[in-house]
Design a protein around this ligand. Structure first.
Ligand code: SF4
Length: 223
């Protein structure tokens, strides 16, 4: 199963690559909010620009801050292993966070910090154009599922317009802390391959100009 579509070096993909590189440079120098003060590196995100799936976590931790890459610590390892068990390569997905700089002592990002950084995430979504956005943890979940707690809403799938769905999941760090949440995380993740298959079929149908299979969000859907 491919969780990304092939990259075409000679076309629109080149423009998207340039756009994401420009965005990374902008994020690296960003001082829009106080989180810029304590960071070693801003962590824009990384992954396949043709990913069908984008994972959105909360913010960089200590390992991510040191390396400038998302999900490289213990919870990142666990995420990678969980994806690999499902036949999904990390190199086929895109991974980022709602804030790109590490909050001190790993506290929750504040509303002003989330608001200041949101434009970067919106632009990443615009450029990469994923079919499926998986929120990892309650902070990123609230961007698309503002109405409740993660213990009630994890596993929920929502059509968010522009041919995209969002799915809420526990953060891998939370899954590592609590066996019950781990089991919920693994069950929710196990639904991803079928969603990816459906998303890939939708992209193929759209490329051929055909009607999309029933139940698949259409790129023309309203936000
Ligand atoms: S968290 Fe976002 S808005 Fe704040 S300084 Fe970092 S990149 Fe800029």
């Amino acid at each position: 199963m491919r969780a990304a579509t092939p990259f075409d070096e000679g076309s629109e993909d080149t423009h998207r690559l340039q756009a994401i590189r420009r965005l990374e440079v902008e994020i690296a120098g960003c001082r829009r909010c106080p989180l810029a003060v304590g960071r070693i590196h801003a962590v824009p995100g990384e992954g396949n620009l043709n990913a069908l799936v984008m994972f959105v976590g909360e913010g960089p931790g200590a390992d991510e801050d040191r390396q400038g890459r998302p999900f490289v610590g213990r919870s990142g390892q666990f995420l990678n292993e969980t994806l690999a068990r499902l036949g999904i390569a990390r190199t086929d997905v895109y991974i980022t966070n709602v804030v790109k700089c590490r909050p001190p002592d790993n506290r929750d990002p504040l509303p002003d910090e989330l608001a200041a950084c949101d434009d970067y995430l919106a632009r990443q979504i615009e450029i990469i154009n994923p079919r499926i956005i998986v929120t990892l943890g309650r902070i990123s979940m609230r961007r698309w599922f503002p109405e409740g707690g993660i213990t009630q809403l994890h596993g929920r799938v929502r059509n968010i317009g522009r041919g995209r769905i969002a799915m809420a999941m526990f953060h891998p760090a939370a899954a590592l802390r609590n066996p019950q949440w781990r089991s919920a995380f693994e069950q929710d993740m196990a639904r991803l391959p079928a969603l990816i298959e459906r998303a890939a079929r939708a992209n193929e149908a759209a490329a051929r100009g055909e009607a999309l299979p029933a139940g698949v969000p259409h790129p023309g859907d309203a936000d």
